[in-house]
Design a protein around this ligand. Structure first.
Ligand code: OGA
Ligand code: MN
Length: 304
């Protein structure tokens, strides 16, 4: 029998992030509970479930309640058992090969898939092993950040499109294995543009769409003033008051909406162990902010 759940929630931040308590996500969920969770995700942007005991099949089945799962271009990070699951870890297998992506390095403020024309904005991260310190993850609410922008800066960014390029993200990775990309994946990740301000499809609430690890400039602006404007926006958007800092525990499952958040991760001791399992999925564009990507036209944004 599917479980009947009365959801107990606990806010973790004034506008972003809420914990859903008492769930046993390895058991089937009834449709009413799934609908409540969908609404919570759309409202809070970050959902936290603690003390979960999930195999990869169960993790994938739970995430698929929220939208079609995506196999990302990082097929080299895919789990050998369930290919929609990505393994993120600094650990190595018996032959010394990395078992997953991202190693122990720092990750600057970013949103996942911003380098795609149609980013899959739903993400889930499930913690299996954690270092004693470091490897902390922070999320920023880009609705609150938009509302808090100085009026003049908001006017300068409105109507602009950022240029998002995966090659910039790759160059920032600490490990050779993460910087390397198959030709097939390269062909799928040419530079794209997205509007920097988006509205929620139901509430109309505006938010920024950003990724400091992929933005190289602003469409139609010169290569000095575009990045300068972006720097000002990143400074204003990532103030502490908009940020939720997650305290990881083994068994945590965190879901987030990349349509109106960015996240970052601190580095950790390479001799410590960190193992996370990661899902990517397409959230419903009728209920979640979705970026409006287009291929970047070469030549646009060059000096006149
Ligand atoms: C991700 C990511 C951060 C972390 O999964 O997209 O950025 O804490 N992970 O590992
Ligand atoms: Mn990420």
């Amino acid at each position: 029998m599917p479980q009947e759940t009365r959801l107990q929630t606990r806010p973790l931040h004034p506008s972003l992030a809420c914990e859903v308590e008492g769930m046993r996500l390895w058991e089937p969920l009834d449709a009413a509970t799934a609908a409540q969770l969908q609404a919570l995700w759309s409202q809070f942007g970050v959902l936290v479930f603690r003390r979960q005991a999930l195999g990869e099949v169960e993790l994938a089945a739970f995430c698929a309640l929220f939208g079609p799962l995506e196999r990302t271009v990082r097929s080299d990070w895919a789990s050998p058992s369930v290919p929609e699951v990505a393994v993120l870890s600094n650990l190595h297998d018996g032959l010394g090969r990395p078992i997953g992506g991202l190693g122990d390095g720092e990750l600057q403020w970013h949103s996942d898939q911003s380098y795609m024309v149609k980013p899959a904005t739903g993400a889930a991260l499930y913690a299996l092993e954690l270092p004693p310190k470091g490897g902390e993850t922070f999320w920023v609410d880009l609705r609150a950040a938009y509302a808090g922008l100085p009026r003049k800066l908001r006017a300068r960014v409105t109507g602009q499109r950022g240029i998002f390029d995966y090659t910039k993200r790759l160059a920032g990775y600490g490990r050779d294995s993460d910087r390397k990309l198959s030709d097939e994946a390269k062909a799928k990740t040419p530079p794209v543009t997205h509007a920097l301000v988006r509205a929620h499809p139901e509430t109309g609430e505006r938010s920024l769409y950003l990724d400091s690890t992929t933005t190289t400039g602003i469409d139609g602006m010169d290569p000095i003033s575009g990045p300068e404007l972006l720097d000002e926006v990143y400074d204003a958007a990532t103030r502490d008051q908009f940020v939720y800092a997650h305290q990881w525990q083994v068994g945590d499952l965190v879901l987030w909406d990349n349509g109106f958040t960015m996240h970052r991760r601190t580095p950790f001791d390479p001799s410590a162990r960190r193992l996370m399992k990661r899902m990517t999925l397409h959230l419903d564009p009728k209920r979640h902010v979705s970026p409006d990507g287009a291929l970047a036209e070469t030549g646009v944004g060059m000096p006149v």
